[in-house]
Structure formats: structure tokens, C-alpha cells
Design a protein around this ligand. Structure first.
Ligand code: VL7
Length: 135
């Protein structure tokens, strides 16, 4: 049985998010808004099919994918880039590589206790977001 990420999650801590935003070339004003947001993640998981919604009062971002199937991702409302994305299981971690203009770009999700972890990487920036389950 793979890990089950399904549910609604609320951001609790967000380390080095601004470094990640800078690596994506997000402008100063947008960065200041972005780092002040309370983010929620809504995950629907059916076997290896996923739907991730990242929600905020400023912008939302939706991503649907199947593990092991490369797809074209347009990071609409984020840095607005086109990447080739592939999500795979590495043990109990869900690992995404986003091939495109930016090197070393991707993310990893895993569970620890009742928390959802998300590590976001771009170039030499690594952001760690920890979410708690919404009651
Ligand atoms: C990660 C980071 C922010 C520009 C707006 C800020 C609004 C809310 O890739 C992500 O999640 C994966 C893994 O869960 C699934 O798609 C999204 C959060 C956004 C990039 C870039 C700031 C502009 C943020 C949508």
C-alpha cells in the first residue's frame, strides 16, 4: 500500500519559501504577498492518480497527474513556465521532477505522523513546507 495523502491540509511552517520564490524569479511585490499567505492543500488520491489543489486568498493552483506518466505542466499563476513533469514513488515519498528552463527543479511529498511535508526545490533553493490536517 502506498502512502495516502488524501485530505485537506493547512500550512503550519514554511522554511526558505522566499529563497525558492527568488530562484523562480518572482518579483519583490509578489514575493511579499506570497510569503504572507496561509496556504491550504487539498489532495485527492485514487491509487496512482492524484489531484493536488494549492489554495490561497491570492491565487490557486491545480495539478492532476498519474504516477509514472510524464506530462506537460504550465505553472499558471506561479512562475508561468512550461515544464515536463514526472512524478514517481521513491519508497513512501512522492517525487516530482520538473524539467525546463530552471535546473534542479521539483518537489517531494511525504507523511510523518499526522503531518504532510512538501519540499520544493529550484536551483540551489530548498523550501520546506509542513501542513497539518484540517479538523
Ligand atoms: C507550490 C510555489 C509560487 C509564485 C503566487 C503565490 C500563490 C498559491 O508546486 C506546487 O505544489 C505541488 C506539490 O503540492 C503541486 O502542484 C505549488 C506553491 C507555490 C510557487 C510562485 C508566487 C505567486 C501560491 C497557489
Amino acid at each position: 500500500m502506498p502512502a495516502d495523502f488524501s485530505g485537506k491540509w493547512i500550512l503550519e511552517t514554511n522554511q526558505k519559501f522566499e529563497d525558492y520564490l527568488k530562484a523562480l524569479n518572482i518579483d519583490f511585490a509578489t514575493r511579499k504577498i506570497a510569503i504572507s499567505l496561509s496556504l491550504a492543500k487539498v489532495v485527492v488520491q485514487n491509487a496512482d492518480e492524484f489531484n493536488f489543489k494549492t489554495l490561497s486568498t491570492f491565487r490557486n493552483y491545480n495539478l492532476a497527474f498519474t504516477v509514472g506518466v510524464e506530462f506537460d505542466e504550465y505553472t499558471k499563476g506561479l512562475d508561468n513556465r512550461n515544464v515536463k513533469s514526472l512524478v514517481t514513488w521513491e519508497g513512501e515519498k512522492l517525487v516530482c521532477t520538473q524539467k525546463g528552463e530552471k535546473s534542479n527543479r521539483g518537489w517531494k511529498h511525504w507523511l510523518e505522523g499526522d503531518k504532510l511535508y512538501l519540499e520544493l526545490t529550484c536551483e540551489d533553493a530548498v523550501c520546506l513546507q509542513v501542513f497539518k490536517r484540517k479538523e
